[in-house]
Ligand binder design. Sequence first.
Ligand SMILES: [Zn+2]
Length: 84
Amino acid sequence: MSCPKCSLGHQEEFLAEMVVHPHGLKNLDNSGILLFPKLSVCLECGYVQFTVPQNGISAARRYSANCSADDGGSGLTVAVTKSG
Ligand SMILES: [Zn+2]
């Protein structure tokens, strides 16, 4: 598969640990969601894509429903694709 940014085909997969937080100052105290996505990293330009596991998607939905979005943000914004 070629990189969508540089069109070269030098990508490797990695596992990651990350914590995502909802956007906005009202949510600074929010502890966030711990995710373990699989990263696809372009070793030419550094472009990264990742897929959140299904349990992470479910957690993001629950989390987003409880987030405050009255400071100009729109709550948690997570672009996800379903993992196979
Ligand atoms: Zn690239």
